[in-house]
Design a protein around this ligand. Structure first.
Ligand code: NDP
Length: 369
């Protein structure tokens, strides 16, 4: 295979709200970003991110009447292309972040060099892998089956209905509690007799009169038709070894998310579940010049609008870095592209050769003398 070499000031991984917002900003800043994304259905990595598998998005500001997820992402993409973003559909197999320019190698034979890298590869909701769960038309996904209560719970199809939430962690408790605002009744189906969720989240769900728990039970199949949507679930009680059909109108799978960070293991700092760590005051990771935005670094808010916001922040951080301005790091220090380090207390600058100089401006220094 021939290798195609490319070199860019800004390379962005991912075409969800975070990646494309970073593209819009860096393209408008004349940095000609290259956005790389893969179309890998097997790994649930699809261009456009998780909004491509949602139906109506009612909470993205600026669309008073709501907008379909895929349509919203097409708008993002067109806006990024309008300012000169280049999009490369390729599977990144390996990255080398040990020195700048960073190197990215794709399965298709590209070798991409990046002066700055913005990682917006997102997270994927975990699915059970049972019949009826796949996206329409293969299953009822998007037609009564969802992995996001905040996105889909308020839709008319779920109002005053019997809904099933699968899972026993914080996400399941949060989604079940949220859904009680709209649903007639919410049934949490959990495979064990004990919840994994934190005490406070458990208590909220256990004391909610609209939530009922179905313990030691697995969902084996989601039942329904294209016309009627979800009509029930096939349950299996692993204590009694019995199967039963449980009528319901919607199913929310809440068994966790998986950040798409495999590629960066051993090279970037992550939390125990694999989310990339960023600085807090910037979107910098622990490697100067590498930034992260969106769900790949956020296990908490996970909204399209927060992803887009952090994409904008990462873009501004990358622009600052390329302008040789200091960028806050997770350690509290600030670093420049040239390797200068401003100490966390802002009092000193450590130069690339190790020389330490005062960070006070001359006037202040002479006034202090
Ligand atoms: P968790 O991994 O904590 O929980 C996943 C749950 O899904 C577990 O109860 C697990 O069962 C169940 N599960 C996993 N796989 C399957 C399967 N194949 N079939 C049936 N059940 C399955 O994920 P969460 O998304 O709930 O939480 C992830 C992290 O995010 C946590 O640290 C959590 O605290 C945090 N979080 C915090 C929130 C908040 O504070 N507001 C909100 C949401 C998440 P089992 O228990 O048997 O393993």
């Amino acid at each position: 295979m021939t290798t195609e070499k490319m070199h860019r000031e800004v390379v962005i991984i991912g075409t969800g709200p975070a990646g494309l917002t970073a593209a819009i900003y860096t393209a408008r800043a004349n940095l000609s970003p290259l956005v790389i994304d893969a179309n890998d259905a097997e790994r649930q990595l699809i261009p456009g991110g998780q909004l491509m598998i949602t139906t109506e998005v009612e909470n993205y500001p600026g669309f008073a009447g709501g907008i379909q997820g895929p349509e919203l992402m097409e708008q993002f993409r067109q806006q990024a292309l309008r300012f000169g973003t280049e999009i490369l559909e390729a599977n990144i197999e390996r990255v080398d972040l040990s020195a700048r320019p960073f190197k990215l190698y794709t399965r298709e034979g590209h070798e991409v060099e990046a002066e700055t890298l913005i990682i917006a590869s997102g997270a994927s909701a975990k699915w059970l892998g049972i019949p009826g769960e796949a996206k329409v038309p293969a299953g009822l996904g998007g037609n009564g089956v969802s992995a996001c209560a905040t996105c889909d719970g308020p839709l008319p199809a779920f109002r005053n209905k019997r809904l099933v939430v699968v899972g026993g962690g914080d996400t399941a408790m949060e989604e079940a509690t949220f859904l009680t605002r709209y649903a007639a009744r919410v049934y949490v189906v959990h495979r064990r007799g004990q919840l994994r969720a934190s005490k406070i989240m458990q208590d909220k769900a256990l004391h909610n009169p609209k939530i009922e728990f179905i313990w030691n039970t697995e969902v084996r199949e989601i039942l329904g038709t294209m016309e009627d949507g979800v009509t029930g679930v096939l349950l299996y009680n692993n204590k009694t070894d019995e199967e039963s059909v449980f009528p319901c109108d919607g199913v929310f799978i809440a068994i966790g998310h998986k950040p798409n960070t495999e590629l960066f293991k051993g090279q970037l700092e992550m939390d125990e579940t694999g989310y990339l760590k960023t600085a807090g005051h910037s979107m910098a990771t622990n490697v100067p010049g590498v930034f992260a935005a969106g769900d790949v670094q956020d296990s908490f808010y996970r909204q399209a609008v927060t992803a887009a916001g952090s994409g904008c922040m990462a873009a501004i951080d990358a622009e600052r870095f390329l302008d040789s301005l200091p960028v806050p790091m997770p350690t509290g220090e600030e670093v420049t592209m040239e390797g200068e380090v401003v100490t966390a207390d802002h009092k000193k600058i450590i130069m690339p050769d190790g020389e330490v100089v005062s960070n006070k401006v001359e006037a202040e220094v002479s006034a202090a003398d």
